[in-house]
Design a protein around this ligand. Sequence first.
Ligand SMILES: *Cc1c(COP(=O)(O)O)cnc(C)c1O
Length: 355
Amino acid sequence: MANPKLDINLSIIEDNTRQIVQLAKSKGIDIFGVIKGVGGDIEIAKAMILGGVVGLGDSRLDNLKKLKRLKVPLMLLRIPMLSQAKRVVKIADISLNSQLEVIDRLDKEAASLNKVHKIILMIDLGDRREGVLPKDTLNYVDEIRTLKNIRLVGLGSNLACFRGVLPTEDKMLQLMELVKGAEGLLGRKLPIISGGNSSSLPLLLKEGYTPITNQLRVGETIILGRKVPSGDKFSFTKLDGIKLKAEVIEIKNKPVNSDKVNGDSNVNNSLDEEIRRRGILAIGSQDIEAKGLIPCNKGIIVEGASSDHLIVDLTNVQGVMVGDEVSFRLNYSSLLRAATSPYVKKFYYREDDRD
Ligand SMILES: *Cc1c(COP(=O)(O)O)cnc(C)c1O
């Protein structure tokens, strides 16, 4: 069997999607499924669609292009490169934006293709990643409304992505004020208030909370079942949608400390002689981020990785042998890397309880 691999349980991903879609729907919110964490994987995208997302989002045009045949609305999440404006208009139905010169170019390209391109204007509510500052928002809206081939369909924000600023009710109220101002300028309603990512979901569980947003863009909590940023399980989701498996290629009892190069043999003390049972797995930092791996077997400790070797401590586990597969859950950045590594194979299945 090919190793290393991602074992992908599409039933869990579909079910996680359904749970989140239903929770959001009860609050009047649509969910866009975000697929960039798995390199635009089409099978996972299909599972999200079965689970009820209204569209799919990815930060890369190459991924969106693959998804075009699924015939659902596609959203470009990373603000576009000026040099790719034409491709953006061709591939994406809607894009998130924050730069006027880019929006101008999108307008020109849309005109040449005889299209109207939809945009959401991103507002930086304090996370300091993309977005227009609140004080500049209405000036931007004023400029955008003069563009004939651009349709401003909403305002959006992105929190907890860079500085970890969380979506609080205060931040959402601030967004609401800007939406009202923009609607005043435009003389029409803005259909979309795109509130954020997985980190916004816990707010929906708060007693009596009435959200201002009517759209969320959710990747991590659907795919990994994890709450952002804590990484704990989210209510209603399962954690085992994706597991990484890698094969053991060496097991040996070894001293904990490395031999000293040019060492003075007299400094060897008894501490140096602690012996641990070490394993090496055939996967490395080309494929994963070692600190983002969570062994399913709790006794296994991840020590670290070089480009092609993952070193684990097996002292506290029984029965792991050379040739065995070791399973891990992943955090988002480890998943990103594994899903885009050409060396990691993907296996899809659909029963709910395989192991
Ligand atoms: C990645 C991304 C998301 C999804 O984030 P998750 O934490 O995976 O839910 C949403 N919006 C934007 C703009 C993104 O870049």
